[in-house]
Design a protein around this ligand. Structure first.
Ligand code: GTP
Ligand code: MG
Length: 209
């Protein structure tokens, strides 16, 4: 590992889920290497790839995990979601079944991951316009119902791939900075309270003796 690989301020674990063949591995390949594999094989086990982006002067390293959408490889579920703070749920806009499965994927994420996990739905293969089976509005409606982000993208021609991943990374970053600010305020209040207690006990001492 080069030194540059280790040079980051934040590390975000983001998982990819969705039915087999929807293009999870290719979205990851496009985002991390700007490549596409037209005859990629189904993923076996778990893989991850990383890409760092800079937000407000901070280097955020996204570590994106990818596993098989196939049922028989899904014994690793809990370990896969452990520590994840983002989840990208993918369907294929030409495959109705993969769209209908998104609700189950959301459930799986909610059952196995942190309750504050940031979720985004991606309708992939937007390049296959002539084969479209799911209207853009249906994807938007589903995302709205679950109050999660949504984007259509194409791993093949690259449309919206960077935008989608960067959007979820930025959302995670915003949530994190909000939480850090809250902690800062709390510890500030606590140190004020402590100051007050010290002053009070000092006063008491003065009063009693
Ligand atoms: P599993 O590993 O089995 O869960 O599948 P996966 O979701 O990782 O799918 P993968 O990325 O392997 O892609 C499956 C097939 O769809 C491959 O033949 C890809 O080349 C193709 N594919 C992926 N993304 C796109 C896309 O955006 N457009 C088109 N036209 N084909 C795509
Ligand atoms: Mg795969």
């Amino acid at each position: 590992m080069s030194k540059a690989d280790d040079d980051y301020d934040y590390l975000f674990k983001i998982v990819l889920s969705g039915d087999s063949g929807v293009g999870k591995s290719n979205l990851l390949l496009r985002f991390t290497k700007n490549q596409f594999n037209a005859d990629s094989k189904t993923t076996i086990g778990v893989e991850f790839a990383t890409r760092s982006i800079t937000i407000s002067g901070k280097v955020v390293k996204a570590q994106i995990w990818d596993t098989a959408g196939q049922e028989r490889y899904r014994a690793i579920t809990a370990a896969y979601y452990r520590g994840a703070i983002g989840a990208v749920l993918v369907y294929d806009i030409t495959n109705k079944q993969s769209f209908e499965a998104v609700e189950q994927w959301i459930q799986e994420v909610r059952e196995n991951a942190d309750k504050d996990i940031v979720i985004m739905i991606i309708g992939n293969k937007s390049d296959l316009k002539h084969l479209r089976a799911i209207r853009t509005e249906s994807g938007q409606d589903l995302a709205q119902m679950y109050k999660v982000a949504f984007m259509e993208a194409s791993a093949q021609d690259g449309t919206n791939v960077d935008q989608a991943f960067i959007q979820i990374i930025q959302q995670i970053y915003q949530n994190l900075t909000k939480q850090l600010q809250k902690y800062d305020q709390m510890s500030h209040l606590q140190s004020e309270k402590l100051d007050l207690e010290i002053t009070n006990s000092g006063n008491k001492k003065q009063g009693c003796c």
